[in-house]
Design a protein around this ligand. Structure first.
Ligand SMILES: [Zn+2]
Length: 377
């Protein structure tokens, strides 16, 4: 790195709490704790399921961040669901974690390395006050996961929240909105109908798959209104970071296009418009949760995106793989793991944040994505 002020920042790390020690700071639902994905995350974080407690989770999170070679890590909070009447509904959230856990524990213990990725729900009547509070606490972004948090991007309240985010931040810089889009597997919603809230498009195959869901049918997203709202925010100066470039997690190639939703082309379009200076604001995308044999096939597409608009992250504890190993073997092992054969997991020996960095550095040598976030904040 030429410029010593530029730091390598992992801008997408999840943290979680059970709620035994700090019930006001987070929870995993009982249903969630029975899911494979939860067990998988613990396994990859090298956490013994029987020992899970808030103090243990905090200590393991600190250990992971402290021992990694990166300069800084953004730890993401996740506000619980707020219903359309503005009531906080932890009962409707499979996973939530409070901003104060990151401010009062993680940041306090590792002030040099931990950055606050705050989460404030746009339906919360206190949205503005809370955003200001976390700007004062040096939040570097705001995280929304629309399906799990039940945030409809087409809603008027969401639009208002985006307009506010365009004007609030440090030294006149707006606070970026890290928006999850595309398929979501890590944190399922408690209301299946909101599965579509992460989608920016609704294709004929989405329609077809939805018609087969019967009574568990998803809401049809109001895509026209969603883009109107996003553009309204961008015209005011909003900074949006689309997570995972909107790409599918498992599938690639032609069958993948059919089986799993993709918003990649939409993200590509927004980045292109940003490059052309169409908006007052800007769109970026992160390539977190990319260090997998499934997404490896998308690397060539990602290399064609404007380099200055890409951001590096891990999506820890989403598995990171040593991609230099045999890809087919990795895929077969991981498929077996998803079917419950957890013993087939091969967790890389090193710190997983470092594995993710090292593998992406190998695939994208010298790419500005690793320091772009440091320029953004
Ligand atoms: Zn994530």
């Amino acid at each position: 790195m030429d410029d010593p002020d530029l730091k390598i920042i992992d801008m997408h790390m999840h943290v979680g709490l059970l709620g035994d020690q700090w019930p006001d700071w987070g929870h995993f639902s009982d249903w969630y704790r029975r899911q494979i994905v939860y067990k998988l995350f613990l396994f990859y974080s090298r956490i013994d399921e029987k020992k899970v407690s808030d103090l243990y989770l905090r200590d393991m999170t600190i250990k992971t961040i402290d021992s990694c070679s990166l300069n800084k890590v953004v730890c993401l909070a996740l506000d619980p669901v707020y219903d359309t009447t503005g009531r906080r509904r932890t009962d409707l959230s499979n996973v939530w974690v409070d901003n104060d856990f990151i401010v009062k524990e993680l940041k306090k213990i590792l002030p040099e390395k931990v950055l606050l990725g705050a989460s404030v729900h746009p339906y919360d009547p206190q949205f503005l006050d809370r955003i200001k509070k976390y700007v004062d606490e040096e939040a570097v972004l705001i995280k929304w996961l629309p399906s799990a948090q039940m945030i409809d991007l087409a809603e008027e309240k969401t639009r208002d929240a985006m307009l506010s985010l365009a004007t609030i931040g440090h030294n006149g810089k707006p606070l970026p909105l890290l928006l999850h889009i595309g398929p979501e597997f890590a944190i399922p919603t408690t209301d299946q109908r909101t599965g579509s809230y992460d989608y920016l498009t609704w294709s004929w195959s989405d329609k077809l798959i939805n018609s087969m869901r019967g009574r568990k049918r998803w809401h049809r997203p109001k895509t026209h209104k969603i883009h109107e709202n996003l553009k309204a925010g961008l015209d005011e100066g909003l900074i949006i970071i689309f997570a995972h470039a909107g790409l599918p997690y498992f599938s690639s190639g032609i069958p993948g296009r059919f089986l799993e939703h993709s918003d990649f082309e939409t993200v590509e379009k927004y980045l292109d418009l940003t490059k052309k200076g169409v908006f007052k604001g800007k769109c970026y995308t992160d390539i977190s949760a990319f260090c997998t044999p499934f997404r490896y096939k998308f690397f060539s597409k990602v290399k064609k995106l404007p380099p200055e608009l890409l951001l590096f992250g891990s999506d820890f504890p989403t598995p990171a793989f040593e991609l230099s190993a045999d890809l087919n073997e990795l895929i077969n092992d991981f498929k077996a793991v998803l079917k419950g054969q957890l013993y087939r997991i091969v967790v890389p020996e090193d710190n997983l944040l470092d594995v993710n960095y090292r593998e992406l550095e190998k695939a994208f040598p010298g790419h500005p994505m690793f320091t772009n976030f440091s320029k953004l904040i």
